[in-house]
Structure formats: structure tokens, C-alpha cells
Design a protein around this ligand. Structure first.
Ligand code: SF4
Ligand code: SF4
Length: 277
């Protein structure tokens, strides 16, 4: 007969410095809900895949981690979380890739906003999320006080993110709210805005400046390219799990955050400092 081992939630929580991390808990039942909540597409996939399938490796209880991160496209959270856990005495854990938005809501770390993102109770929109599964039973976990399965109250009567979206991707005039992800993705990747940067602009300036400007101007969508921009020169590489690296270190790449910086819901007061990224 196997002996069930347990680990105390406060012992896990204290491994993650309070000023940089927020830590929540998911029951097995809640992880199932996350696993069966479809995601629109896999990106920065890391760990055991608990998305868009019927059968999953092992349904376990889990922790949800949110890290303070005001930068775009830096998903070093996975490795940072893993490094912290590897240095601890904790065992029988593994990273889980699942519907992180649902995980954040069910663990009480954040609430769904009308821009389609999760507003974190601790870091607002300036955060990234990951999940770590534990085969041991997590005990002494806190009942989330702020779980909210509805839309965030502050979004009531607000249209600021929709009106400020340069791609016209946000549809939150009336329910059901939805995001035109292809418009958003194309703008993030290939936008030609005079103030808001795109991945294409960063790539041309830093990675492949030899590409003629007119060719770059004609890049409008990843559908035109038949692939992605290659980060393969001048010390730049791409790791599909982390993002873009320079000389082996993860770096942010500035792109549109207009829907996350409006005065009603952000410390950025409508003016995210793209140039400092
Ligand atoms: S601008 Fe902010 S508060 Fe207003 S609807 Fe969008 S996410 Fe909600
Ligand atoms: S990131 Fe930019 S393009 Fe995408 S939905 Fe937000 S405001 Fe629109």
C-alpha cells in the first residue's frame, strides 16, 4: 500500500519572494476544468500538456504562479519557477501547460477583463502565469478570498481598451465579448504604427537590418511569410518556450500593449514606455 505524502502550501509559497510572485492553489477538480477549457493556440508551450485533449497524464493538485513582468514576450517564468523548486527540498512536482487564464481565475489570482486578458490582483496586467503540478497532496492551502468568475467590475461601462486597440481586434460592445486574435497577432507581429512597435520592426533593426525596407514594409501578416521571422543573427536566437534571447539571455521584445495600459485599469496611465523595453 502506498503512503500518501503531503506538502504544506505555506512551505511552497515562502520559496517565492512576495514582491515578485503571487502564488495560488488548484485542486485536482480545478485542474481538470483548466485542462478542458480550450485555448485558442499553443504558444510558449512548456511542461506536460494539459490542453485541447481528452486524456491527460495525471490529474494532480497544483500551484499557480504569477510573476511580476511588465515586458512583452519574456516567458522566462517557467525556468525561473523550476530553478526555485529544484533548489528546494520539494519533490514530485512538474510544470504543467494548461489554460493559464482559467487557472488564474480559479485560484483567485486574477479576474477576466473585457480586453480578453486576466487582471491580476497583485500585478494587474503586468504579469505572466504558470502552473506546477504536485503528485503529493498539498495541505493548508488558503481558500481564495477573491475568486470572481464574472467579468471584472471595473470593466463595467468601460470601452477604453476597445477604443484604443489600433487593430480593431477587441469586440466588447455587447456580450459575447470576443477578440479577433488574427488581427491582434498580425498587429503585434507586423504592425507599421508610428508610435507602437512591432516584432517585425525589432527584428529588422536588430537581427536582420540588411533586409531592404520595402520588403519589410510588405510584410503584413505571418500568413504572408509562410513561417516566422528568423531570430538567427547578431547574437539573437529564439526559444519557443521562453521567447527571444540575446547572447543566451531572455530579453523583452516591445510590441503593442495598448489594451493593458488604459488609465482605468493600469498604472501606465495610457502611456506604456515602449522605448524603455
Ligand atoms: S480598458 Fe481596462 S477597465 Fe476598461 S474595459 Fe478594458 S480592461 Fe476593462
Ligand atoms: S495587444 Fe494591441 S492589437 Fe492586440 S488586442 Fe491589445 S490593443 Fe489590440
Amino acid at each position: 500500500m502506498s503512503i500518501e505524502r503531503s506538502v504544506k502550501f505555506p512551505d511552497i509559497q515562502k520559496l517565492f519572494p512576495h514582491d515578485k510572485w503571487d502564488v495560488g492553489f488548484l485542486t485536482e477538480y480545478q485542474l481538470k476544468i483548466c485542462a478542458y477549457s480550450p485555448i485558442k493556440g499553443k504558444a510558449q508551450e512548456y511542461g506536460a500538456d494539459y490542453t485541447n485533449n481528452i486524456h491527460f497524464f495525471s490529474i494532480v493538485n497544483s500551484i499557480v504562479l504569477a510573476i511580476y513582468s511588465p515586458d512583452s514576450w519574456d516567458y522566462s517564468i517557467y525556468k525561473e519557477a523550476e530553478d526555485i523548486l529544484k533548489k528546494s527540498s520539494l519533490q514530485n512536482w512538474f510544470p504543467i501547460y494548461t489554460n493559464f487564464k482559467v487557472a488564474a481565475i480559479l485560484s483567485g489570482l486574477g479576474v477576466r477583463a473585457k480586453n480578453s486578458l486576466i487582471y491580476g490582483n497583485k500585478f494587474g496586467f503586468d504579469m505572466k502565469i504558470c502552473v506546477i503540478g504536485f503528485e503529493d497532496k498539498i495541505i493548508e492551502w488558503p481558500v481564495p478570498e477573491r475568486m470572481n468568475l464574472q467579468y471584472w467590475e471595473r470593466c463595467d461601462g468601460c470601452s477604453d481598451c476597445r477604443l484604443s486597440c489600433p487593430a480593431g481586434a477587441i469586440h466588447n460592445e455587447q456580450e459575447p465579448y470576443w477578440l479577433d486574435s488574427s488581427k491582434c497577432d498580425d498587429f503585434i507581429g507586423f504592425g507599421d504604427h508610428n508610435r507602437i512597435p512591432s516584432i517585425k520592426n525589432f527584428w529588422h533593426k536588430n537581427v536582420h537590418p540588411e533586409v531592404p525596407q520595402d520588403k519589410v514594409d510588405n510584410m503584413k501578416s505571418c500568413m504572408d511569410l509562410g513561417g516566422e521571422l528568423s531570430f538567427d543573427a547578431n547574437g539573437y536566437t529564439m526559444d519557443m518556450q521562453t521567447g527571444v534571447l540575446k547572447d543566451g539571455t531572455a530579453i523583452p521584445v516591445p510590441f503593442c500593449r495598448e489594451c493593458q495600459v488604459q488609465p482605468r485599469c493600469s498604472k501606465w496611465d495610457g502611456k506604456y514606455r515602449y522605448e524603455s523595453v
